[in-house]
Design a protein around this ligand. Structure first.
Ligand code: BDP
Length: 645
């Protein structure tokens, strides 16, 4: 009983924001309408970038205030046209689309109609039929607005949705940046300015994820669900809390179903625990013959008056598993888990950071092909559909917020910290129910040796733990173990290092000693498990040299092998994972002469073709899986992967 009460307290602590952000799913009471496709688009190229607001472009059709072009949604706008100024545009761009809303959604006052944007980078303002319905600060998380009252004002009118998006990064955005005006007329054209950034990927912008309309009942609806799972022996436990919005007195019924649709537990009331006999746990890929097992939690709200009965139904996939950290191990379901995986980016040709199913499925096939059991969402939250795939396939995720490039001391100020806390609220609210998410990462390579970093990370990490006491929290460091001021607060030390690349370039022989020292130093100081969260080398596919020279395929292979030798020593003790930088080549700014049309540290090209290093990782990861996962007769191993065994 005490255990149940403790977990219920955990469930309770997550709900700090005033509404939920459940992924829109169709059900008996909910409909979803995708608004993806071609939208009208115009960049505001006025020197102030403010013409759109001054002239209120949202008040009428966009084409009436100037020329428009076709823009696909979802996609970054940067690589869609031949216009170099749009590629690097900084400021407001305007999107617009007219939508046919089903008549019933308008005439039936009992329907709640919600407009949802999966993500738009960075700051967004949204109007419906010229009426502002919401704005959102932040480029990687969803936001929504109820629009029923606006579209009901004139039921005969089309529903015109206008979204203005501004990609400007400042010292208080996440990631941070600065705008620098170049005022010397002898060197720069009039009004010339640049967007400085402190991170190593292209600042793609636009509407990056799906725009949807969805419905729920209006009188009452399921606003949020939090589940926290546990098990003991054969019994699983799903502690839940459902938050209901609306005025009607409704009855809540919960049913947990297995994969075959059989009810395995049921309950009523907004807070409680479901007990599952003969539980099938959620296991990572390659750790069990049946990974990614998901139950389905049906949350059913009903209310009746003298005339009718109404209901709201929401189905949440639930994986039952636990996560724990000791001083030397990362435990999933009380068994040691070793991360052998990748760091990724949301990045591809033409669509930039735009959501794309073919790309996502291809990436999952590649990760499973190479035996990767995990990835980090470097350096920002990825699309929810990606996490859903991870849940289903058992791919373990370190979920990172966009706190990348916090290098300027002014980005440790109050305004930055406050925004960072809100972003963590939004991230945890969105991703808390994914069994695949096993750890939060609050930042990547901040200037954690600067004095204000101590208070900043202490506060941020504590806040994240308060939001979700069930998952460990980390940030990714590349600073010296002796000077890192945030490390005392993390649960797992995640270190990036590029020996023989940025340090001692070309000298492969330094890797064993430097990597060994790195691990020994960090462990001696903190006695916390360590993940090598990045390592790698830029490599041009098809470039060869033996003995290995930097940028050749041979050099990337050699770097990996040198690192792996040390990992194999240390993983017997306290090293709990290795994540290659990077899964695939990705686009960067032109500002650095160390980048030739992007960062080439991928083990796959940007088009997802393997470099030689991909085969080294494949062999290693399957070997590691066989050592730790007991899977000789793994049923899902495709024929091509079987050959290795
Ligand atoms: C690391 C950063 C990552 C970079 C990588 C590199 O975390 O974003 O892309 O270096 O330089 O320090 O390739």
């Amino acid at each position: 009983m005490l255990r149940v009460l403790c977990l219920l307290a955990v469930v309770d602590s997550v709900l700090l924001l005033d509404s939920g952000m459940l992924f829109p799913r169709e059900s008996a009471s909910r409909e979803v309408k995708e608004l993806n496709g071609l939208w009208a688009f115009r960049a505001d190229i006025s020197p102030s970038r403010n013409q759109g607001f001054e002239e209120a472009w949202y008040k009428s059709r966009l084409i009436e205030s100037g020329p428009v072009i076709d823009m696909p949604v979802p996609a970054s706008y940067n690589d869609i046209t031949q216009d170099p100024s749009l590629r690097t545009f900084t400021g407001w761009v305007w999107y617009e689309r007219e939508v046919v809303v089903p008549t019933r959604w308008i005439t039936d006052e009992e329907i709640r109609v919600v407009l949802r944007v999966g993500s738009a980078h960075y700051y967004s303002v949204v109007w419906v039929n010229g009426v502002k319905v919401t704005e959102h600060n932040g480029g990687h998380l969803p936001f929504e607005a109820e629009i029923g009252s606006v579209i009901r004002k004139d039921p005969t009118a089309k529903c015109r949705i206008t979204i203005a998006v501004n990609n400007t990064l400042t010292l208080e955005t996440l990631p941070p940046g600065t705008i620098q005006y170049m005022n010397d007329p002898t060197r720069y054209p009039k009004g010339f300015f640049v967007q400085n950034i402190f991170f190593d990927f292209f600042n793609y912008a636009g509407i990056h994820r799906s725009v949807l309309l969805y419905t729920t009942p209006k009188a009452f609806y399921v606003d949020d669900i939090t589940v926290v799972t546990d098990f003991s022996d054969n019994a699983g436990l799903v502690n839940y809390k459902v938050s209901v919005k609306g005025s009607a007195a409704a009855t809540l019924k919960l049913t947990l179903m297995d994969k075959e649709g059989h009810c395995v537990a049921s309950s009523s009331g907004s807070v409680g625990a479901l007990k599952v006999a003969d539980v099938k746990l959620w296991w990572p890929y390659l750790m069990h013959e049946n990974p990614g097992y998901l139950y389905s939690l049906e949350v059913h709200l009903t209310a009746a008056n003298d005339k009718s009965t109404s209901e709201d139904v929401y189905l949440l996939p639930v994986g039952i598993r636990t996560v724990k950290v000791s001083s030397t191990q990362f435990l999933i379901n009380n068994k040691p888990f070793y991360f052998h995986g990748v760091n990724k980016h949301e990045d591809s040709d033409i669509r930039g950071k735009g959501f794309d199913w073919p790309l996502i499925v291809k990436d999952f096939n590649l990760m499973k092909w190479m035996g990767a059991n995990s990835f980090r969402t470097s350096h920002y939250p990825y699309a929810e559909e990606i996490l859903q795939m991870c849940d289903q396939h058992g791919i373990v995720v370190i979920d990172e917020c966009p706190g990348v490039g916090i290098k300027d001391i002014r980005s440790f100020g109050n305004a930055s910290l406050t925004h960072h806390l809100v972003v963590m609220d939004e991230l945890v609210r969105r991703d808390k129910n994914h069994p695949s998410v096993v750890m939060w990462s609050v930042a990547n390579e901040p200037a954690s040796e600067m004095p204000p970093a101590q208070f900043y990370f202490k506060t941020l990490i504590k806040h994240t733990k308060d939001l979700d006491p069930t998952r460990p929290v980390t940030y990714i460091t590349n600073s010296n173990y002796a000077r890192d001021l945030g490390a005392p607060y993390v649960d797992v030390v995640c270190v990036n290092s590029y020996f023989s690349w940025y340090h001692d370039p070309g000298y492969l022989e330094v890797i064993p000693i430097q990597l060994n020292t790195q691990f020994e130093d960090w462990y001696a100081k903190y006695q916390k498990p360590i993940i090598q969260s990045e390592y790698g080398a830029d490599t041009l596919p098809g470039l060869h040299n033996d003995p290995p020279l930097m940028f050749t395929e041979e050099y990337q292979q050699a770097v990996l092998q040198h690192y792996h030798n040390v990992f194999d020593q240390k993983r017997k003790h306290y090293v709990i994972g290795e994540l290659i930088w990077n899964f695939a080549d990705f686009m960067t700014v032109q500002g650095s002469i160390t980048r030739v049309v992007g960062n080439k540290k991928g083990v796959f090209t940007r088009q997802r073709q393997p470099k030689a290093a991909a085969f080294i990782l494949k062999e290693r990861y399957w070997r590691l899986a066989n050592e730790t996962g007991k899977l000789p007769y793994w049923t899902n191993i495709p024929i091509y992967a079987m050959k290795l065994h």
